[in-house]
Design a protein around this ligand. Structure first.
Ligand code: ARG
Length: 459
């Protein structure tokens, strides 16, 4: 039998395979709340503008609430034959309130309807991402505060570079996550315009009030072009792009936690609550949450690429291709929220090993740059010469199997006679970090200033 919604020109119903490829109800049922919210706003506007009678609209708005509670209560029977959430809701509304249900779709199309629903959904997710990021930033701030002056090795090429502070390293992620947060906020601000009332693509001849529905749904304004309104998904792509970048940050931090929690590093101890054991090796405590966070970017970036690929080359306006937008965004959003929550839990629970950090901070000739700087500052050597002298001393220490501070003054003077006992003060890791007082540098005073700034800025 032909479709109840649009079957007028059809003699036969769809093939089962057609139904299978066409239906989106299996996933777009997640838009139920937004769909009903949008429909209720649309109906209220139809009454306010005199397009529908107050009594019809009262029945529609009331009936929609009944349908929503059925869906939320889990008792709703979704039908694949009804394709998607929009038609499932409308069909049920018809059963609940009868004839007025057929008037709800006046001056509207599923094209502007789905664009509206999806914007509302993605907007909620942008808010959730911002909240998740803020929680993680607060956890990082607590770590940073506790170890603002704990020394650890800073790395380039994953080789020891210069000593830094634990607080400084934690705060580096606060900065990155803050940019992620502002990307979601930017995307949210740009997406916050209402497509509702664009109808199928051209607008409508009914005297609708798009400003009214936009305001009712919390949008800043109606979208200015009906063709654009039903045919772009850039708002979802922006969300996915922000999510991809955020997931990349989480992945890098996760990788550091994997390395740091190893027996070779022992920089951090992850809590039991965020670790797993091995079924064969009794000693094992594995950083599975960190590893999974490291990997999750695959799905999120995958969604970004998938949707961009769906959208490229599509002629205006709506094409059914665009129904492929939802699953990608649903999965990416779920994945991101879970990764943020897991990272927040891990960071909140983890214990930094101050002794191991400090021990590692001094290894690998980490204060060689301090030595070179001293030669410049005190002896007036050109930096290039100081670099060479220091390199010779590092080679000497390496040969002897000791660290720089363990070389004797005589050994040092054999390389440069101007070196004095004072040099040993700058070879210590605490002096090293304390000296890096340039703005944004690793000196504890700088780090504390940044912590204070962020504590004030974070809600
Ligand atoms: N389920 C559809 C989607 O998600 C709703 C819009 C259908 N519009 C249409 N003209 N067939 O894109």
């Amino acid at each position: 039998t032909a479709n109840a919604m649009w079957g007028g020109r059809f003699a036969a119903g769809p093939d089962a395979i057609m139904e299978a490829i066409n239906a989106s109800i299996g996933f777009d049922k997640r838009l139920a709340k937004q769909d009903i919210e949008g429909s209720r706003a649309h109906a209220a506007m139809l009454a306010a503008t005199g397009i529908l009678s107050d009594s019809d609209v009262a029945a529609i708005r009331e009936g929609l609430l009944t349908v929503l509670s059925e869906i939320e209560g889990g008792g709703f029977q979704f039908s694949t034959a009804l394709e998607d959430i929009h038609m499932n809701v409308e069909a049920r509304l018809k059963q609940v309130i009868g004839e007025p249900a057929g008037r709800l779709h006046t001056a509207r199309s599923r094209n502007d309807q789905v664009a509206t629903d999806f914007r509302l959904w993605v907007r909620d997710q942008a808010d959730a991402a911002i909240q998740g990021l803020e929680a993680l930033m607060r956890a990082l701030l607590r770590q940073a505060e506790q170890g603002a002056d704990w020394v650890m090795p800073g790395f380039t090429h994953l080789q020891t570079a210069q000593p830094v502070t634990w607080g400084h390293h934690m705060m580096a992620y606060v900065e990155m996550l803050a940019r992620d947060r502002s990307r979601f906020a930017d995307a949210r601000a740009r997406m916050n315009e209402s497509p509702l009332g664009a109808a199928a693509l051209a607008g409508t001849s009914f005297p609708i009030d798009r400003h009214m529905t936009a305001a009712a749904l919390g949008f800043d304004r109606p979208m200015a072009n009906s063709l654009d309104a039903v045919s772009d998904r850039d708002f979802a792509l922006e969300f996915l792009a922000a999510a991809s970048i955020c997931a990349m940050h989480l992945s890098r931090f996760a990788e550091e936690l994997v390395i740091w929690s190893s027996a070779q590093f022992r920089f951090v101890r992850l809590s039991d609550r965020f670790s797993t054991g091995s079924s064969i090796m009794p000693q094992k405590k594995n950083p599975d949450a960190a590893e999974l966070i490291r990997a999750k970017i695959g799905r999120i970036l995958g969604a970004n690429v998938a949707l961009l690929t769906v959208m490229k080359g599509l002629p205006l306006t709506y094409s059914k291709d665009m129904q492929e937008d939802k699953e990608q965004v649903f999965d990416a959003a779920d994945t991101l929220m879970l990764a943020l929550a897991a990272m927040e839990g891990m960071v909140r629970d983890m214990t930094a090993n101050r002794e191991a950090l400090e021990q590692a901070a001094g290894s690998g000739f980490s204060t060689a740059t301090d030595l070179a700087d001293w030669l410049v500052r005190v002896l007036g050597l050109p930096f290039r010469e100081a670099h060479h002298v220091t390199g010779t001393l590092v080679a000497m220490a390496e040969q002897a199997g000791v660290d720089l501070p363990e070389l004797s003054l005589a050994q040092m003077q054999s390389v440069h006679p101007g070196i004095t006992q004072d040099i040993f003060a700058v070879l210590g890791v605490h002096n090293s970090v304390a000296s890096r007082t340039s703005y944004g540098g690793t000196a504890p005073a700088q780090v504390r200033a940044q912590i204070a700034r962020w504590k004030e800025m974070l809600p």
